[in-house]
Design a protein around this ligand. Structure first.
Ligand code: UDP
Ligand code: MG
Length: 201
């Protein structure tokens, strides 16, 4: 039986605002989310970071998640959604940036039906594959998937499975597209213009 406090803390009862931050691997989602947090008071939830933390925690799903990430594949929606829900419910904030999710139609539909949350807007970092590849190979974060073989797989998954999700939200008028090939500061100027107009009522 759910207690009153539990009910009051569900996403629906708290009326949270969610913004999806999407774009290819290396398009700058994480970097810009850090800037948005500092300037607009959102809580940043990186789906990839939550999955990597789940591997480290030694959970029973850890090995499966690790293998999927190494192959650039998309982890089953229920797994990622459970982590996102836990993070949302465990936070006092009501404004969230969800970075790197939803990555395919299954992710999108399951998140919507399980949480009942629709994104206020979808921030789309648009960047050429050439530039993204350069950034991924140039950064050194010790990630097992930042090697050329896995990067190519991630690009394919992005083109085949993630772009259609962005297209879906574009058809709903929710996408705010940003030229992510520019330098970090210039990109953030464009991001700011968009966030100044977001309705968080
Ligand atoms: N991933 C996933 N579901 C998600 C987010 C990430 O399965 O909702 C996995 C997927 O294998 C992806 C990897 O985690 O390639 C790294 O994702 P992240 O968003 O950290 O990095 P990006 O590819 O955007 O640079
Ligand atoms: Mg990231």
């Amino acid at each position: 039986m759910g207690s009153v406090t539990e009910t009051a803390n569900t996403a629906a009862a708290r009326k949270v605002t969610v913004i999806f931050v999407l774009g290819g691997p290396g398009s700058g989602k994480g970097t810009q989310c850090t800037n948005i947090v500092q300037n607009f008071g959102y809580t940043h939830l990186s789906a990839g970071d939550l999955l990597r933390a789940e591997i480290k925690s030694g959970s029973e799903n850890g090995t499966m998640i690790q293998n999927m990430i190494k192959e650039g594949k998309i982890v089953p929606a229920e797994v990622t959604i459970k982590l996102l829900q836990k993070a949302i419910q465990g936070s006092d904030n009501v404004k969230f940036l969800i970075d790197g999710f939803p990555r395919n139609e299954e992710n999108r539909a399951a998140f919507e039906s399980i949480t009942g949350i629709l994104p206020e807007i979808v921030l789309f970092f648009d960047c050429s594959e050439e530039e993204m590849e350069k950034r991924l190979l140039g950064r050194n974060q010790g990630r097992e998937d930042d090697n050329i073989e896995t990067i190519r797989k991630r690009f394919n998954v992005y083109m085949e499975s993630s772009l259609p999700v962005i297209q879906y939200y574009d058809n709903l008028g929710k996408v705010r597209k940003i030229d992510a090939a520019k330098p970090i500061d210039a990109v953030f100027e464009d991001v700011k213009t968009i966030f100044e107009k977001v309705n968080t009522e």
